[in-house]
Design a protein around this ligand. Structure first.
Ligand SMILES: NC(=O)c1ccc[n+]([C@@H]2O[C@H](COP(=O)([O-])OP(=O)(O)OC[C@H]3O[C@@H](n4cnc5c(N)ncnc54)[C@H](OP(=O)(O)O)[C@@H]3O)[C@@H](O)[C@H]2O)c1
Length: 334
């Protein structure tokens, strides 16, 4: 029988959903890993918009809740039945269960991947959830007519964490990515990172501009994580039989709609995706991570960390993310 530990960790927890002020840094006990689990000491923790949904209650989770879906660090202990990790391994993960906002945690090893030596902890913590998302969006969410080099796609919020990775990866795949973002400076950042065109959706009618850029044809795929504010116009950007990928709700959830709308917009296809359907097995997770590691190690995709916060500044980190003040990725440093 494993002995109880006397280990503790600082952890960011909420008792009830609410604003940034509901997050408190507390001391928690950390045990030994059980079957299929590892204990990880974090060197960096990733910040994601899903953390905001979980904190605010948009995504309903049991309370109290330790937040955080992404991190990187060193394996300190390995539970029975974990074959792919050893004590001392440098690792990074996007976890399906929250809890990464801490110094030390025990978690399922399923989505934990060994980090290549050339990739830093900060980069690992910043890129796993966002990079694996860009991976499945660009490589697995294909329109029925396929996606070929030269094809146009539209990517909203393209100067954000997922967005800047997608801009670079799309360029590497030969796609012509039309970016949208909320300021001219963010549009320039998307262009600097591989977008073929950029539209400030706060000052321009993005659907009209997309039609003009594509000579009236529309794009093959729209990747929409903004939700409520962009949903309807996004449908007008698609070519017939195109694919609408809704994968987030930064402005609020997509409202209910009648399926006949999809016919009216050109017999388009619609999917609502989550990374967590893609990383349910070790093999699939590792294959996606290997693809991400390769594109980062090749230099084709650079992980831009534009904000760093000490763990005890987590409230400010959430305020900045929700106020659209951030670009690229943000990390919390234990
Ligand atoms: N389903 C999945 O598998 C999955 C996985 C990862 C992420 N996501 C989603 O992808 C999106 C990007 O995630 P991220 O962590 O990289 O965040 P992020 O893009 O760095 O930040 C969100 C961005 O959304 C834009 N936005 C538009 N309307 C907004 C509003 N009303 N309030 C706040 N932001 C607004 C802002 O950019 P502008 O100022 O340029 O508009 C903001 O910077 C999020 O919606 C997230 O939930 C989904």
């Amino acid at each position: 029988m494993t002995q109880p530990t006397s280990l503790t960790s600082r952890a960011v927890r909420i008792e009830q959903p609410g604003g940034p002020e509901c997050m408190q840094l507390v001391e928690v006990a950390v045990g030994n890993p059980g079957p299929g689990e590892v204990r990880i000491r974090h060197h960096a923790v990733g910040l994601n918009f899903i953390d905001v949904y979980q904190r605010s209650g948009l995504y309903s989770l049991p309370m109290p809740l330790q937040l955080g879906m992404e991190g990187a660090g060193v394996v300190e202990a390995v539970g029975p039945g974990v074959g792919h990790l050893q004590v001392g391994d440098r690792v990074a993960y996007a976890g399906s269960a929250p809890g990464s906002y801490c110094d030390l945690r025990v978690m399922s090893a399923l989505t934990v991947c060994r980090l290549p030596d050339a990739i830093s902890f900060e980069t690992g913590a910043a890129m796993m959830l966002k990079g694996l998302t860009a991976q499945y969006l660009l490589k697995k969410c294909k329109p029925v007519e396929g996606l070929e080099p030269g094809d146009f796609v539209l990517f909203h919020a393209a100067a954000g964490g997922v967005g800047l990775i997608a801009c670079q990866w799309a360029r590497a795949l030969g796609l012509r990515l039309i970016a949208t973002a909320g300021t001219d400076a963010k549009c320039q950042l998307a262009l600097d990172n591989g977008a073929a065109h950029a539209i400030n959706y706060n000052t321009e009618d993005f659907a009209a501009r997309v039609k003009a850029l594509t000579q009236g044809q529309g794009v093959k795929v729209v990747y929409d994580s903004v939700g409520k504010d962009t949903w309807e116009k996004s449908l007008d950007c698609l070519a017939p039989f195109g694919l609408m990928v809704t994968f987030g709700n930064a402005s609020g959830p997509v409202p209910p709609f009648a399926p006949a709308l999809l016919a009216a917009k050109g017999s388009i296809y619609l999917t609502r995706q989550t990374l967590f359907s893609h990383i349910t097995t070790r093999e699939r997770t590792q294959a996606m991570a290997d693809d991400l590691f390769a594109v980062v190690e090749s230099g084709a995709v650079k992980i831009r960390i534009d904000q760093r916060y000490p763990l005890d500044q987590v409230q400010q980190a959430h305020r900045d993310l929700e106020a659209r003040k951030t670009t690229g990725c943000s990390v919390l440093l234990p």
